[in-house]
Design a protein around this ligand. Structure first.
Ligand code: ADP
Ligand code: ZN
Length: 302
């Protein structure tokens, strides 16, 4: 038996067919066009999925279902992607109904960070743990929560949207209208934006970490402060959720120990429960593939 996973991202949509033991037997991807109407994109996704199934000799008899990971916010009751910031034309798109018209198998929608958390739980850094906090630090910041081996979706599918937790109002106005959200301070977008402003030149997030390693005098105090704010966010999350392990994924986590060490240091110092203060904080294992693997795992997990 097989599951089809579809991971809809701001730049690409990836899909994969997974067998019951968790091996990907075929995969494909297409560019997500932010200019195209969602129906046009969905039609392309459906054609791509049908071709992939045909090529792999997977019929609807052997397909257990289709899992979809999508950028939130979502409305799981109505199988809907509501108003994702990175897909400006996608407004209240009833994706589950739309895809159901073309396949007669169960369809399960979750937000992308939750799907990635599930992938890390089954096949990645969280394997063997019952209580996991997965945080992705990329263009934005999101989280997936596994509690007692169960993915916590929340009432509408938006649990784990930690990016808009206020960490330090002195960092100014976030797109959501609050001051100093986690994402507004610590996402790759935020770090590149703020460092470029300070240095009066365009800098990528990777450049910023490079300059930090070289102890550049303007970037060093700035990034020290950002990494401390990251630590604060993780202390609040660990105090709230009491996970056995914290997994950090997303592009910014590729900075490696230069990012992980200050977070671990801060968490060890300030987490209230002294056992939780030593919660392992580790990089994600599946990186780029977590989205599709997680989407397929939504079906195999049921
Ligand atoms: P997406 O948000 O589309 O899922 P990614 O997870 O790849 O994309 O995250 C993209 C962010 O990660 C960008 O802000 C990028 O600058 C940043 N990034 C990518 N590689 C690195 C790196 N080696 N060090 C620090 N930041 C990085
Ligand atoms: Zn915000």
């Amino acid at each position: 038996m097989y599951a089809l996973g579809i991971d809809i991202g701001g730049t690409k949509t990836a899909m994969a067919i997974m067998n019951a033991s968790g091996t990907i037997i075929a995969h494909d991807q297409l560019k997500t066009s932010t200019q195209a109407a969602p129906e046009v994109m969905l039609d392309r996704i459906i054609i791509c999925a049908k071709k992939l199934l045909e090529k792999s000799d997977v019929t609807e008899k052997t397909l257990l279902g289709i899992g979809i990971g999508a950028p939130g916010p979502l409305d799981l009751f109505r199988g809907m992607i509501t108003y994702p910031p990175n897909l400006p034309l996608w407004r209240e798109v009833r994706i589950v109904d739309y895809i159901s018209q073309h396949f007669s198998v169960p369809i399960h929608l979750e937000n992308d960070a939750s799907a990635a958390a599930l992938a890390e739980h089954h096949f990645g850094a969280g394997h063997g743990h019952k209580n996991i906090l997965f945080v992705t630090i990329s263009t934005g910041i999101g989280a997936g929560i596994i509690a007692n081996n169960t993915l916590i979706s929340g009432g509408r599918g938006n649990a784990g949207d930690v990016g808009h937790m206020v960490v330090d109002p002195s960092f100014g106005l976030c797109v959501c209208g609050q001051l100093g959200c986690f994402e507004h301070i610590c996402s790759g977008t935020a770090i590149s934006r703020e460092a470029s402003r300070l240095k009066k030149m365009p800098l990528s997030t990777k450049d910023v970490f490079q300059l930090y390693q070289e102890k550049e005098p303007v970037i060093t105090p700035y990034l020290d402060k950002v990494l401390e704010r990251m630590g604060m966010a993780f202390v609040s999350l660990i105090n709230t959720l009491d996970p056995e392990i914290v997994i950090i994924g997303g592009g910014v986590s590729q900075a490696g120990d230069i990012l992980f060490e200050p977070i671990r240091h801060y968490v060890t110092r300030f987490t209230l429960n002294k056992d939780a203060a030593h919660t392992p904080i580790v990089p994600a294992k599946l990186s780029q593939t977590a989205g599709v693997i997680g989407a397929a795992a939504l079906i195999l997990n049921r």
